[in-house]
Design a protein around this ligand. Sequence first.
Ligand SMILES: Nc1ncnc2c1ncn2[C@@H]1O[C@H](COP(=O)(O)OP(=O)(O)OP(=O)(O)O)[C@@H](O)[C@H]1O
Length: 694
Amino acid sequence: MGQTDKKPISESTDALITDDAEEKLDDLVACRQFGVWEVITLKDVPFDPKQWWFEFSAGLYHFRRLVGEMYHLSPRMLILFLFSKMWGGVEAAVLMHLSSRLLRIIEIGLVKGEVDAHAIIVAVIARLTCVVIVAVLQWWCGKVLPGFKSRIIHHYEILLMQARLNMDLSASLDPSTTARVSSHDGWQAFESIVLFCAEFLTSASQLSLIIHASRTSGGPFFAVLCVAKPLISVWSGQEIWSQACVMNTNDLRYNRMRALESFSSNHYKEDHISANLGSYILKEYKKVSNELRETCTDDVWEQVDRKNSPYSAAASEILGDLPMVYCAINAIVNPTQYSIASIAVLQQSSLTLRYSINNIVDNTKTVRRQFNKLKSLYALSGNSKQSPDGELPYPKSDSKPQAGMGFEIQNVSFTYPGSKNKDSALKNISLSIKSGDLVVIVGANGSGKSTIIKLLTRLYDATSGKILIDGTPTDDYRALDLRQATAMFTQDHNVFPLSLYENIALGYPEQISNSEMVSKAAESGGATGFINKLADGFNTILDPHNTTYSINVPSDPDNALRKKMEALEKRIDISGGERQRLVASRTFMQLNSGKVKFVAVDEPSSALDPEGEFQLFDHLISGRAGKTMVFVTHRFGHLTKYADTIICMKDGEVAQSGTHEELMKSGGEYAKLYKIQADAFASGGDPYENMDAI
Ligand SMILES: Nc1ncnc2c1ncn2[C@@H]1O[C@H](COP(=O)(O)OP(=O)(O)OP(=O)(O)O)[C@@H](O)[C@H]1O
């Protein structure tokens, strides 16, 4: 009773603490709703020039690095690319200047009644030369740019691949490191920053054209009117994208709709067909779609940029037309002051300038985003967070040959990163696993068995407490050495999208071409039988990741194109038990490396037939010499018989430990679980008849 009284109090305290922290958070952030999206920003963030400068200089640093890498990949292409984009920036102004010169010469000729043919021919040739240069540059960009772009993208693909493969499990689950970064980001950032600079050239060249042309028509006031609209839009623009913000679809109806949509994918196909869920899913889908009828589900980027009132848009349009109004009024008041050619140039230049300044204003935010993307790209590629790595080799160079890894777990607690579970997965556990022992961990679902394995194999590090290997803290060893000395085999291990041969050989990559060793491992894992039945044997690839599209292929099954398409789309699959045999073979390949000192096996036989299971354990146990083995299992028969120690877990704590006989005698959690299984096999026994008594 005491215990039951206690629990609600601690739970309610937890709840209070959480509510309090959440309230404080709510005070600091501002939430705005855009359709199904909630956009969360920090409240009252004053403009901090220091921070701005810091961000800008960090962005420039990354950009310099990016350009350096591109130069290293292809200096010729980089220079030509930069030249073509910079030329693109001034091209409009140059062409317009040449046109205006031509028009002006013609205009003067018409007024005077005699045309300067030589000047016209020179002007026409200059313009035609320019047009040809533009055409050649455009052709070149279209032809060469895709190749340059692909080289850059492949370069970042390799960097990111390396970083992602090196990342440990905790880091890969950390949202800050898994922020969406793609190999295309480098190219996109480079292209947008170069275009941004080119836009400055456009503005500067158009402005100088306006100043030049307005000397004879309109004057500086006209030039000021031309830049008024874009400059004012700097202050009236949507500021949300320049801040740090979090976007989340918080509309439960929308989320449910997306969840229901996933039933149409192949992932749930078997479940929904076998349980005949189609009509229920469709009914719910229609219901929720109906409820969402009035709610905007557009992309958040589009929704935020929409204007709330028509007035600002109208004012901005009027402002944009002021240069034209000014010209019209002046043409009435002072018609002789104007040249038609200059007015045409001014009108066109002011439009281009406005467009260009607008682009600069809009792209300031984009460039800031691109700088941030570059930062994430280099942060991920350069610093893939990993568990602390020590200096000590394993096995220690001074140590005598050992029977296997010995573990000392001291007051270890563990909570999964990002877990919403109120309880820790492991709570202050202490135990020791002697070198060379065979240990079996049992316990109910969720009691922490697999978590112990994950800590012992260093997939995760303990949240608190210590784990010693052969008397030395795990962090002191070189992580690579420990990994080589550890073989882990779980039911969650996947078949790789590579050949079956590689699937096995990758247990010991150094011996990838040793086919004899691979055949032996396949034999030990029980995979030889089914592999030999496949048409391509060890060369079979289960998921070759090929992409096939088809258009207008006739439905006639005898049509040659249909047959070809069906052959391309054909997939080979193997059963769950065969997958486990394949993964077991990979583990045997690793065990045969001779480097393994610790074998962690987590419920690997759930899909195996009884003979397969017996053979698997038999092979594992016969290779026991020189290794410590820890098994997690729900089945007591094969393993508990051999175990030196059985650890029985309950609710993240060690409930009991000892040999089978000791634990059966003490009659606690272990005896209860054992009895349920044993009764099921006793003749005529009802596995549930003793449930009340337990
Ligand atoms: N990746 C994870 N993130 C968050 N919590 C997790 C994660 N994996 C396990 N847990 C939680 O940690 C606790 C212990 O899980 P663990 O997988 O160690 O249990 P188990 O004894 O191996 O269970 P089972 O017999 O079902 O395999 C459970 O409460 C589980 O919900």
